[in-house]
Each structure stands twice: as C-alpha cells, then as structure tokens.
Design a protein around this ligand. Structure first.
Ligand SMILES: Cc1cc2nc3c(=O)[nH]c(=O)nc-3n(C[C@H](O)[C@H](O)[C@H](O)COP(=O)(O)OP(=O)(O)OC[C@H]3O[C@@H](n4cnc5c(N)ncnc54)[C@H](O)[C@@H]3O)c2cc1C
Length: 337
C-alpha cells in the first residue's frame, strides 16, 4: 500500500468495473485501487453476453456526441488489444457479419458504426439468398467481439499483477466505504437498489451456446434473431429482450423459439451440439449513467446502465468515468460522512 497515494474503490467486477480498473491503473500510476464485488467472472451478467461490437441505434449517453465518443473510444481500445499478441488470451477476435430483414430496411443500418468499422455496405442480390428465401434488406459489416469468458479473467489478472486488490463482499450502502477517497460505482443492475434508481430496468436475455467451429460469420435476422461465432468454436444463438423481467431461470419456450428462428436462418445449426442455455438481465437505462455525485460527503462516480451494449462500450464509458474521477479527486469537496 502506497501511503501518499489516493485510496480508490471500484464497486463491481463485471466488464465495466474491471475495465474501469484497467484504465484507472494505467492513467493514475500512483493509487491504491481495490475492486469490491459479490460476483465474479462466470457469475456476472457480462459472462452471458455474446460480446459483439454492434451498438443498438437506441443506445444513449447524455448526448449524441458523448455516445459517439464512447463508441469510438471503445473501438480503438479493442483494436489495440486485437492488434497485439495478447488478443487470443484477452478473448478479442475480428469477424464479419450480415444483418438481414424481411420487412424493415432501417434495422440493417447503423449510423454509430457505419463510418467507424472498416467495411459497412449494403448487400448484393446474391447475398440476400444466403439465409434462405424472403430476405429483402441487408447489410454486411466487419467488426469484432469480446468473449468475456476470457476477457474477465485476463483483465483481472492484469489488475492484480500491477498491484490491484480484490475483495469479495456485498455492499449495502455507500456509507460503508467512508475510508476511500473516491468510489466508482460499476454495479450494473445492482445500482437499482444501491442508488434507488428506478430508471434502471432489467431487460432479460436468454441465449444458447452451441458447438459450431465451422461458423466464421455472424448473422442477424428479424425479431432479435442472432447467430454469433465465438472463441474455441462455441457460437451464441439468441435471443430475447424482455422488459422488466427478473426471471433468471431458463425458459424452455424461449429456447425452442430461439433454436427455431436460428435454424431457419442457418439449417446446419440443427446438428450443432448444445453446450449450455444461459440467462442474463441486461442493466437497461436511458441514458447510461456516467456522472459524479457526492453521497454523504463521499465522492462517487457512477458508471452503470449499459443495457445490451456494456461489453462493447465498457472502455469508452470507463475512459469518461476515469476522467471525471481524476477531476473529482483534485476538487475541494471534503470526503466527510
Ligand atoms: C443475453 C445477453 C446478450 C448480450 N450481448 C451483448 C453483446 O453482444 N454486446 C455487448 O456489448 N453487450 C451485450 N450484453 C450486455 C452486457 O452483458 C451488459 O451490458 C454488461 O455485462 C454490463 O456489465 P456490468 O459490469 O455493468 O454488469 P455485471 O456484469 O452485472 O457486473 C456487475 C458487478 O457488480 C457487482 N455488484 C452489484 N451490486 C453489488 C453490491 N451491492 N455489492 C457488491 N457488488 C455488487 C456484481 O457482483 C458484479 O461483479 C448482453 C447481455 C445479455 C444478457
């Protein structure tokens, strides 16, 4: 422990908390940083995600400019890892994707990334037939994905190797953190209770993990149908988006509907071995909350509510949160509870 350095706590060890920790360690140099969480790695929501870099067009920060900056900064953070020898260990992989629709041209467009990723173009007539008959609109784009099954342990190890501390604990109130100079609140859906934040709503998701090492391209169809290739040949099939549902149990009806829709798009999936069914509650909030607050004298920077885009956008929001935190540390507000 460095006696002259600030004591900083990061609440949460999902993709958001760990990425804040990573960036904070790099930017602050001298600091005593502790991650506190009651769930880690495969027990977090982050571990359920397919982790594709494709923001929904409704994804929102405080302004359109802020949102675009989060997305751009995130892309460059992941690109840096992708272009390094660490990419397989960190679970970051590049791939391309088709998005098709039978009745809505607009779902195939994405202004957030059309000028960011190397290729984003309308499909040609022949490509519309790749997933059976009836597809009217489509786009093809190159992107990347972050497999949290690898990224979370990788970034956690990097944090500990650089002197970070990890504590397993549930925090019921910010008053129990009075010994810290600054706290980052990266608790995902947990912030609903910690902050009494009624704008934060669970958006239930369910996916099927299947063995499909032959799958090299992602496919999106109508009604939240997606087929995403993954690390070690394990693909993710989805999905559902159920507003305000707290159900963490696997629903056999959702599973059957997901399988039917995905197999309709790619019949070869009928033979793919099912490895697991997974459920997660996306922490949905409009806008995503990245802002400072003084709670009973304690300096807190909130960074939660990323909905269905927290994996891809964690670096951009983390950079924003860390900048706010650094300014906050220098400010005169006294930490007294
Ligand atoms: C089916 C599905 C598919 C998805 N696909 C994608 C995708 O393709 N791309 C994408 O970018 N995103 C995707 N997401 C969204 C993504 O998973 C989330 O946005 C992201 O995981 C949120 O990360 P987080 O760190 O905020 O939350 P979490 O992963 O839930 O982590 C929260 C952390 O806070 C801790 N915590 C909470 N409350 C407390 C407390 N009181 N005391 C101590 N610790 C606490 C928890 O223990 C945990 O460590 C998907 C989600 C689902 C469910």
């Amino acid at each position: 422990m460095d006696k002259g350095a600030p004591n900083i706590a990061i609440l949460g060890a999902g993709v958001v908390g760990l990425t804040v920790a990573d960036i904070l360690q790099k930017d602050l140099g001298k600091a005593n940083i502790t991650i506190i969480a009651d769930k880690f790695k495969e027990d977090t929501t982050s571990a359920v995600a397919a982790g594709i870099f494709r923001p929904g067009t409704s994804f929102r920060g405080a302004t359109r400019e802020i949102t675009q900056k989060w997305i751009d900064d995130s892309w460059h953070y992941w690109q840096d890892i992708l272009k390094s020898p660490e990419s397989p260990n960190a679970g970051v992989m590049a791939f391309s994707s088709y998005i098709f629709s039978k009745d809505n041209y607009h779902v195939t467009r994405n202004p957030f990334i059309e000028n960011l990723v190397p290729i984003y173009r309308p499909v040609q007539e022949a490509e519309l037939k790749l997933c059976g008959p009836g597809w009217k609109y489509g786009s093809y784009f190159t992107t990347l994905k972050i497999g949290c099954e690898k990224y979370l342990p990788w970034v956690e190890r990097r944090f500990v190797d650089k002197g970070g501390r990890i504590v397993s604990d549930k925090v019921d109130s910010f008053t129990s953190l009075r010994q810290y100079d600054l706290v980052f609140n990266c608790t995902g859906l947990g912030a609903k209770y910690l902050c009494n934040d009624y704008d934060l709503v669970p958006l239930r998701g369910q996916v099927i993990k299947v063995k499909a090492p032959w799958l090299k391209t992602a496919f999106y169809g109508d009604y939240d149908t997606y087929i995403i290739p993954g690390l070690d040949g394990v693909a993710t099939l989805g999905g559902v988006r159920q507003y305000d549902s707290y159900n963490l149990q696997v629903c056999k009806h959702d599973a059957a509907a997901i399988l039917e829709r995905c197999c309709q798009m790619l019949p070869a999936l009928k033979k793919a071995e099912i490895i697991a069914h997974k459920v997660g509650l996306r922490p949905h909030r409009v806008p995503v909350r990245v802002e400072p607050e003084v709670i009973g004298g304690l300096k807190v920077v909130h960074c939660y509510g990323h909905g269905g885009y927290g994996v891809m956008c964690s670096p951009g929001t983390a950079l924003n949160a860390v900048k706010i935190g650094q300014d906050f540390l220098k400010s005169n507000i006294k930490n007294k509870l």
